[in-house]
Design a protein around this ligand. Structure first.
Ligand code: AMP
Length: 283
């Protein structure tokens, strides 16, 4: 496994492999890796000749009052996990390498960056799409792998790839959960014991919504209301939003039909920690 920190080095290494027609996969991460990340890396590895993982806590996707400085980092542990997954290349650029030298250019997927997560994190997705486009241009992978955990992010990246004709395939893999159901996230380390206990309400909400849907409930307002009722029983949790959107368009669902699939999307704050989770509602 090669660890590279500059654009020049990773380009030189990958150029030769590309000339040999090797299939290059790419998994962008912010590090502090967990089983969720590793599921993407295993998939990438299995379906390509060369697997590239990036670790970069991207400053431009954090708002001024967000957790950029305290975002958990452990490069040594990450590298040993990647080594055991037989990852081929790890790209770990500095902020200077990515944004030094009078950085000016941003890319924004307009409408979809302003709804849902975007309402609470107004500059977030612009930072995400900018760094992902830069990483795509640096790595030039055949395909890149993202998690359904960040469903809106995956949707926006697919949109960017389509709108800008970027020659990369985007694969989205299911959410990996702790044994009790909490979606794995690097941010879960922020939770104290009681917050961690109450955070389980997100998973309970998902199960509740799935059961209502299975039993034939097709009114999104009713499902959202039941989920909000459940969450409100947990005093440490503050709801940012609970929404049901059409999976294909990210439009809020008015009435739900069996021919379509929907995301139930949750964003909740437990103390200072923002948690997101989702599930697909389908027949
Ligand atoms: P992050 O390091 O949080 O930026 O995440 C890097 C990638 O891992 C993103 O595509 C995430 O959607 C994905 N990811 C994060 N948590 C999970 C999870 N619990 N299950 C599956 N994928 C995940």
């Amino acid at each position: 496994m090669k660890v590279l920190r500059t654009v020049k080095e990773i380009r030189e290494n990958l150029n030769n492999l590309r000339k040999e027609d090797k299939v290059i996969s790419f998994v962008p991460t912010m590090g502090y890796l967990h089983e969720g990340h590793l599921s993407l890396i295993k998939y990438a590895k299995k379906n390509s000749d060369v697997c590239v993982v990036s670790i970069f806590v991207n400053p431009t996707q954090f708002g001024p009052n967000e957790d950029f400085n305290r975002y958990p980092r452990d490069e040594k542990r990450d590298l040993s996990l990647l080594e055991s997954e037989s990852c081929d290349f790890v790209f770990i650029p500095s902020s200077e390498e990515m944004y030094g030298n009078d950085y000016q250019t941003f890319v924004k997927v307009k409408k979809y960056s302003e709804i849902l997560e975007g309402e609470f994190r107004p500059t977030h997705f612009e930072g995400v799409t900018t760094v992902v486009l830069k990483l795509f241009n640096i790595i030039q992978p055949n395909f890149a792998v993202f998690g359904q955990k960040d469903a809106q992010q995956a949707f926006i990246i697919k949109k960017m790839v389509n709108d800008l004709n970027i020659p990369v395939r985007i694969d989205v893999l299911p959410i990996v959960r702790e044994v009790d159901g909490l979606a794995m996230s690097s941010r879960n380390v922020y939770l104290n014991e009681e917050e961690r206990r109450q955070a389980l309400a997100l998973y309970k909400s998902i199960i509740l919504a799935e059961n209502l849907y299975k039993k034939g409930e097709r009114n999104p307002i009713k499902i959202i209301q039941k989920v909000k009722e459940l969450l409100s029983e947990y005093p440490l949790l503050k709801i940012d939003y609970v929404e049901i959107v059409d999976m294909e368009t990210f439009d809020k669902a008015n009435n739900m039909i069996d021919q379509k699939k929907y995301y139930l999307l949750l964003a909740v704050r437990a103390g200072n920690t923002r948690l997101i989770d989702n599930t697909i509602l389908r027949v």
